[in-house]
Unconditional design. Sequence first.
Length: 266
Amino acid sequence: MATAQGRTPLMAGNWKMNLDHFEAAHLVQKLAWTLDDAKHDFDAVEVALLPPFTDLRSVQTLVDGDKLGFKYGAQDLSQYDKGAYTGEISGAMLAKLKCTYVVVGHSERRQYHAEDDAVVNAKTKAALRHDLIPIVCVGEGLEVRKEGRQVQHVLAQLDADLAEVPAEKAASIVIAYEPVWAIGTGETATPDDAQEVCAAIRKRLGELYSADVAAAVRVLYGGSVKAQNVAAIMAQEDVDGALVGGASIDPGDFASIVRYRDHKTA
Ligand SMILES: O=C(CO)COP(=O)(O)O
């Protein structure tokens, strides 16, 4: 069952640099048991696991072998397809592991690895070359938010990150709005804050591409999403899912987030 807007909600767990491959297998199994107990319909609410690179093979083996219903992907990729780039992982390697998604331009990559919009754009195009769905992250820092320039800031990132991405590819992309000040801080954007920027992103996609592309693209919110706040955020018209950090490595918490439709909203 899609949202009222016809888009399938996506709950994506960004494990960040947590869990080795043993721990990954444990989490996947616990999550599978919990969701199976709740008879979760993966077609109604898609669930993506985004573990560290070293866990991907284990996650793939479990998910594919036991037909668990999860999608999975990586947290980053190289902008290059192959060659002398020590330490990098290519889109082709991720595609070979049957990854569906790859996160691009997470604020932690931008901040700690000096990835600018040109790099994020190159990585977005690299993902698309290998038929991976990029989850392109955008979001403002606290200073920008205090000045009330969040929409302007995020749209400038979006324009640059999607430069030269053709319309036929753009419809499959996922955009994640992650205000930097709300990541790992316990601070959550209010549902209205999330809606304001997610709606602006969708409007811009309409301007850059077409009304059809704008209507098709899923826009996620990320930043301290928890079982307690997810339903109110998901009730917003232009929010199609969540990119969850901390709460995604606890099977009970993440299962509860995935099952947000069971929650009572105040
Ligand atoms: O960065 C995030 C997901 O990519 C959000 O992290 P938290 O949910 O831990 O705030």
